[in-house]
Design a protein around this ligand. Structure first.
Ligand SMILES: Nc1ncnc2c1ncn2[C@@H]1O[C@H](COP(=O)(O)OP(=O)(O)OP(=O)(O)O)[C@@H](O)[C@H]1O
Ligand SMILES: [Mg+2]
Length: 344
């Protein structure tokens, strides 16, 4: 291969590629490789360029024994590459494939499975324990039976909610690219949610004040929008503190600066203790809770805001969270107004 052709060939490859000669020096490298490993790469010994023993051993085997091999290369920033090392006539070629995203997805999947198992295990352990007690020690104790069955019903309910939320989450994720096309009156959805939650707000002695707007039409999936607002209003009631006021204000925005179109915005505000700023970016992660114990006590699965985020994104909207310690939190949903949305 003449050098000019080889250089042009390398330049056409989008991934970092370096060619090492049989003396162990880097002969050529394409632009992505120079970006990654530094401009002074060509001419250096590969041993000083990649100081990672596993990769060096693979390159060594390719140069000395003409064995092809695959290795890993980790950059200081945490980027992970799968490196394919191929022996050629007078050296070896190393091609770097960025697998950081796959690794991250794999890690997320493992975390998710671990979280689900963990969340299911505690109610399940409780159920198994009470079943054993009812079969043994408490067999003839009518009072204990009633009390234990109550707890068992609560734990089974928790498992049921968890599985329901997981199914909901996977359904919403699967639909994320399917845009809703039905006109929905956001004000009517809000009024319905607040009225459906009346037993919850009454029990917590929370007054939910709504300021509705007539004709706030968005293209949406009514059931999913009910779910979004139910979670936000329910959270405000649950975490906003008993005996306080929760506001759910719907208003029109002539032009939302981020969505770049006319929009409707619902602000759900509570007067609770507020949330520390460190938690805010993580609230929409699955199973993330500020106070796990308190959330569990209130029957929460920690999936509510993850579902909200997916639904809002399916509706081309955005979710904003602001909070001040000692003052309260505001969860806002901004959705494009129906007349501005092109159906694709
Ligand atoms: N209004 C709020 N004030 C204070 N903390 C909140 C508020 N809303 C949410 N949080 C915190 O965010 C966490 C995640 O909320 P999310 O709705 O996802 O889960 P959850 O309410 O615990 O469970 P679920 O919604 O599945 O019943 C909550 O556990 C709570 O710690
Ligand atoms: Mg919730």
């Amino acid at each position: 291969m003449d050098l000019q052709f080889a250089t042009a060939f390398l330049a056409g490859i989008p991934m970092p590629v370096v060619v090492i000669n049989d003396e162990g020096r880097i002969d050529s490298a394409n632009a992505p490789a120079l970006d990654m490993l530094g401009e002074g790469l060509v001419g250096r010994l590969y041993l000083t360029a990649f100081r990672q023993p596993a990769l060096a051993a693979t390159i060594d085997a390719a140069l000395a024994g003409k064995h092809a091999g695959v290795s890993r290369f980790t950059q200081a920033g945490g980027q992970v590459f799968r490196v394919t090392v191929t022996p050629v006539a007078q050296g070896a070629i190393c091609a770097f494939d960025d697998t950081s995203e796959q690794e991250q997805i794999g890690q997320m999947r493992r975390d998710f499975v671990a979280n689900v198992s963990h969340e299911l295990r505690s109610p399940l352990t409780a159920l198994v324990g009470f079943i054993e007690t009812l079969q043994g020690a408490a067999r003839d104790d009518a009072m204990a039976r009633t009390r234990f069955l109550e707890i068992m019903a609560r734990e089974a309910g928790r498992m049921n909610r968890l599985v329901g939320d997981l199914l909901q989450l996977s359904r919403v994720e699967a639909q994320e690219r399917v845009r809703p096309t039905v006109s929905v009156d956001l004000g009517a959805v809000l009024a319905r949610v607040v009225s459906d939650l009346r037993p919850v707000s009454d029990a917590a002695q929370v007054e939910v004040r709504v300021s509705p707007v007539a004709g706030a039409m968005v293209l949406g999936d009514a059931d999913q929008l009910v779910q979004v607002l139910t979670n936000l209003v329910e959270n405000a009631i649950k975490y906003g503190g008993n005996g306080k006021v929760v506001r759910a204000d719907l208003r029109t925005e002539a032009r939302d600066p981020v969505l770049r179109c006319a929009a409707f915005r619902i602000d759900v505000s509570d007067q609770g203790d507020g949330i520390d700023a460190v938690h805010l970016p993580r609230l929409t992660e699955r199973f993330y809770r500020v106070d796990t114990h308190r959330s569990r006590e209130k029957g929460g699965t920690g999936l509510g805001l993850a579902i909200v985020k997916h639904i809002v994104s399916r509706h081309r909207g955005r979710l904003l969270i602001t909070s001040e310690r000692g003052v309260g939190s505001t969860f806002s949903v901004v959705l494009p107004a129906a007349e501005t949305v092109k159906i694709d």
